[in-house]
Write a protein that binds this ligand. Structure first.
Ligand code: DNO
Ligand code: MN
Length: 358
């Protein structure tokens, strides 16, 4: 388990690398060129500057999250090859600087979706919250307002430029159903995976969050069946998954312990967090502690440990605690607590294993 921490860069994060350095066990920073619009090539000089800064703190920079996929690729538009070629160039450039894993997602229009960014929890903290009935009724434009006004920092997937085109995008997706989206994903993967493989990079698709269709848009990376279909598209070792317990696990039908057992070897990257799911389909993000939510985080870590998992792991979102002012879900304190929980579990399983062997 190679512990990492997501960081949004010098200009776009309240957390500093000096702070992250004080969290025990963190080996690497999960980074990105966040200012880059989807579809642009990440140039070598830009990559170099960012990783040199991060590495000057002693962190590795082997995981990128995310290189976003241009909407034309997801829609299968006539100009998609231009963006696919750019994506290939970004893969080659990142490989040259030692990147090993690229996390990406294939969600139409929106990245992760929540109805509240700072929802009060019973313990006095706040956290991201998803109210199912609200998403079923709300005009997506109104939701965009809520999300983008929640923070002064740009939230990935909710960039103002992208959202200006929202009506146009919704119109375009009218002709893209789930099957068509799968076709477009397969086309993209068949183009980029040979490049990734030849350059020693593993692509790691992030599940849709939440893992069901919202606003009538198709969503396809939602559970075990999606993983099987991805493997059918390509068995290349470069065709990997990001095992995100909180995203996929927001659907109680997805047993994350079973999924971890079955797909750990296909997942070069894991996001670990907990969510508490209510009967009406609402969910809130909780601490990582197993007893606080609906996901068996302890069981997931045990499954990874049984696999002798050497992949990259990061705490995913956290609550906002102790008065911290931060990006929604990406404060320092609760994610640091999450790391301590993961390390504690890991060490306990390790001790048990050594005990068994001696
Ligand atoms: C949610 C988060 C997401 C994720 C991107 C990956 O679980 O991890 O913001 O980073 O969707 O592309
Ligand atoms: Mn995630």
């Amino acid at each position: 388990m190679n512990i990492t921490f997501r960081w949004y860069g010098r200009e776009n994060d309240t957390v500093t690398l000096e702070h992250i350095k004080q969290i025990p066990g963190v080996k690497g920073i999960v980074w990105a060129l966040h200012q880059k619009p989807a579809g642009d090539v990440w140039e070598k000089n830009e990559i170099k500057e960012e990783i040199e800064y991060i590495q000057s703190f002693g962190f590795h920079t082997e995981v990128v999250e995310s290189v976003n996929v241009h909407e034309s690729i997801k829609l299968g538009n006539a100009d998609r090859m231009k963006y696919i070629e750019n994506y290939k160039e970004t893969i080659r450039n990142l490989a040259e600087f030692g990147v090993k894993v690229i996390c990406y997602n294939f969600m139409p229009v929106f990245d992760w979706t929540r109805t509240e960014m700072f929802h009060p929890l019973k313990d006095g903290s706040t956290a991201l919250f998803y109210e199912k009935a609200k998403v079923d009724q709300i005009d997506p434009k109104e939701l965009i307002q809520t999300v983008s006004s929640a923070s002064d920092l740009t939230l990935p997937g909710w960039e103002p430029e992208r959202l200006e085109r929202i009506s146009e995008l919704f119109e375009a997706y009218k002709s893209v159903d789930e099957e068509k989206l799968w076709e477009n994903l397969a086309f993209f993967l068949n183009e980029i995976l040979p490049i990734a493989e030849a350059n020693g990079i593993k692509m790691a698709i992030h599940p849709d969050d939440p893992p069901w269709s919202i606003f009538g848009l198709p969503r396809i990376i939602t559970g075990k069946a999606s993983y099987e279909r991805l493997i059918q598209i390509s068995d290349s070792p470069a065709n990997g998954f990001t095992l995100c317990t909180g995203s996929m696990g927001a659907n109680p039908e997805n047993n994350m312990v079973e999924i971890a057992k079955e797909y750990a070897n296909r997942s070069p990257f894991a996001h670990i967090r907990n969510v508490k799911i209510y009967e009406n389909g609402d969910f809130e993000e909780t601490s990582h502690y197993t007893q606080d939510g609906s996901i068996d985080v302890k069981g997931v870590v045990e499954a990874l440990h049984n696999h002798d998992y050497t992949g990259y792991v990061r705490p995913d979102h956290g609550r906002h605690i102790w008065g911290e002012v931060c990006r929604p879900g990406y404060g320092l304190y609760d994610r640091a607590l999450g790391i301590m929980y993961l390390l504690g579990l890991w060490d306990a399983y390790e001790a048990k294993k050594v005990g068994r062997q001696s």
